[in-house]
Write a protein that binds this ligand. Sequence first.
Ligand SMILES: Nc1ncnc2c1ncn2[C@@H]1O[C@H](COP(=O)(O)OP(=O)(O)O)[C@@H](O)[C@H]1O
Ligand SMILES: [Mg+2]
Length: 227
Amino acid sequence: MVLAVENLSKSFGKNLVFSNVSFSVNKGEIVCIRGKSGEGKTTLLRCLTGLETADKGSIKINNMYLCKEEDNRIQYAQKEKLQAIRQEIGLVFQSFNLFPHMNVLENLMEAPLFLKNDSYDNIRKRAEELLNRLELEGKESSYPYQLSGGQKQRVAIARACMLNPSILCFDEPTSALDEQTRDQISKIIRDLASRGIAIIIVTHDNAFVDEIAQRIITMKDGKITIE
Ligand SMILES: Nc1ncnc2c1ncn2[C@@H]1O[C@H](COP(=O)(O)OP(=O)(O)O)[C@@H](O)[C@H]1O
Ligand SMILES: [Mg+2]
């Protein structure tokens, strides 16, 4: 098991987004989280990736706690541990969030260079390999505005893979794509899963869920059901 979520709850002020959410995800598994707009799907992903803090419950990634319940209070991992845990779970944003002033190669290399966890040459080599795998060779020095939606998304995926995450989350990956690009993303996601990466896809695209999900989690009225 790479991810275990237990009794997770999150509110914004008086707005209870979800409560007591529990589920787990295995290595290489593809799990879809679906639900109508406003049900809290993005908020859940943001909690899992540490971009948002939960109010209650625990999130365990690769046997390390991102947060856990202690003495009735939620406790988050401290600095270095937190950084290590967050590297295990990547997020491909709905709007991709590429750095607009950096070219493709720079977008990929930014985080690993900042974290100084490998040499420049190794990081660069890894970036080139990922760009090849995602059919982006030749785009190294392009800027985000020069890319199509599908290409931007693939750059965002390559960037998320640079830190070798165990889990990759996608927020509405098909929302901006046409039919052909949709088939491509579905193939890429399956390929990542076959390499052992656990995949969590948030979507309200039911056809995509039918096509790709090995397990389906539905969010409704702050609760989840698992099929
Ligand atoms: N940063 C925030 N501050 C306050 N409320 C928020 C914030 N982010 C999301 N919400 C609220 O949380 C609820 C769930 O939003 P969201 O997670 O974006 O839903 P979904 O992704 O399923 O459409 C909504 O009611 C939304 O208004
Ligand atoms: Mg959303």
